[in-house]
Write a protein that binds this ligand. Structure first.
Ligand code: HMG
Ligand code: MG
Length: 284
């Protein structure tokens, strides 16, 4: 039996949030529907942040209302309780809180310190627990920060441990600016694996320096089996200049299958979704 990997599709959120021109909601819905048809178990589709900060994500509720729900779990970013309430009212199946391992990015991205962010996430995680809603935790800048420089691996492990204590089922490790190399990714993984086993972590690698696939291979060696990617390699983060798109889903699926892992993704439908994702980028 081939071993299974989980590819967590983040294109509709992490991909589209960085597109300069506003993309019509119906096009986003079409993208999510195409992705649902590919067989993803989890798709991050929206972000309930301050719409003035990220106008591209302001239509999350309309998007969640318009999609044709399939077997996937549809996830949304929630920076605080207000975001959680909006996400739940819109029908998100799961939510994600997002912290940083560096103070500079925490301030730029969510306007508070790391400790303050953990305090904001506590009521989100408590509410989610009462509602039996799974919460994912992100840690950004696990290798380096565009404001503070290289990130000590111990800082990543500390924030990951706090998010796990809050109740996150999985921690996605964000190489937000794609600064990682297989050796540095392994260093940070060794630090976080002191805190929890590999099945509690996912790799979220932006492909800024074309090293995301090599970093995924290094992470597979240390036992990770969940990786985030964006259809068509869309994206970046508006609060980290120099952060290019996430690694392209098509490339990750190809890599995994060439290594003998099972992804559960329909390659033909994936091609169709990638072509549509590229058309959105060229229009925006
Ligand atoms: P703040 O200014 O500290 O929040 O923002 P506040 O509580 O002081 O509220 C200020 C105003 O925002 C108030 O409105 C609130 O109502 C409103 P006003 O009274 O001035 O009219 N507000 C909200 N409105 C709607 N939904 C909400 C919400 N919260 C407050 N949830 C906040 C803090 C986090 C909200 C803000 O800084 C923000 O929205 N930042 C955007 C963050 C973002 O979306 N970043 C990109 C995603 S993260 C990422 O890409 C990295 C990742 O991919 C991993 C990786 O690659 O590393 C996940
Ligand atoms: Mg990201």
């Amino acid at each position: 039996m081939p071993e299974r990997v989980t590819i967590y599709e983040v294109g509709p959120r992490d991909g589209l949030q960085n597109e300069a021109g506003l993309i019509p909601t119906e096009d986003k819905i079409r993208l999510v529907d195409l992705l649902t048809g590919c067989g993803f178990a989890k798709i991050e589709v929206a972000s309930f942040v301050d719409p003035r900060k990220v106008p591209q994500m302001a239509d999350g509720a309309a998007l969640l209302e318009g999609i044709a729900r399939g077997n996937a779990s549809y996830a949304a970013l929630t920076p605080n309780l207000k975001g959680y309430q909006r996400a739940r009212a819109a029908g998100a199946d799961q939510v994600a809180v997002f912290a940083s391992a560096s103070e500079g990015f925490s301030r730029a991205n969510i306007n508070c310190s790391i400790d303050e962010s953990i305090a904001r996430f506590r009521p989100v995680c408590d509410a989610a627990k009462s509602g039996a809603i799974p919460v994912r935790g992100y840690v950004s800048c696990v290798i380096a920060c565009p404001y503070d420089g290289p990130t000590p691996p111990g800082n990543v492990a500390r924030v990951a441990a706090e998010l796990l204590t809050l109740g996150c089922y999985e921690i996605s490790l964000g190489d937000t600016i794609g600064a990682g190399m297989p050796q540095t990714i392994k260093k940070v993984l060794r630090a976080v694996l002191q805190v929890a086993p590999p099945e509690r972590f996912a790799g979220h690698y932006h492909d800024t320096a074309d090293r995301a696939l090599a970093n995924i291979e290094a992470s597979l060696e240390l036992g990770l089996r969940t990786f985030d990617s964006a259809i068509g390699g869309l994206g970046g983060c508006p609060f980290a200049s120099g952060s290019k798109g996430n690694v392209a889903t098509e490339a990750v699926v190809e890599l995994m299958e060439s290594m003998g892992f099972e992804t559960g993704i329909d390659r033909e439908k994936l091609r169709e979704a990638a072509t549509f994702a590229h058309s959105l980028r060229s229009r925006s």
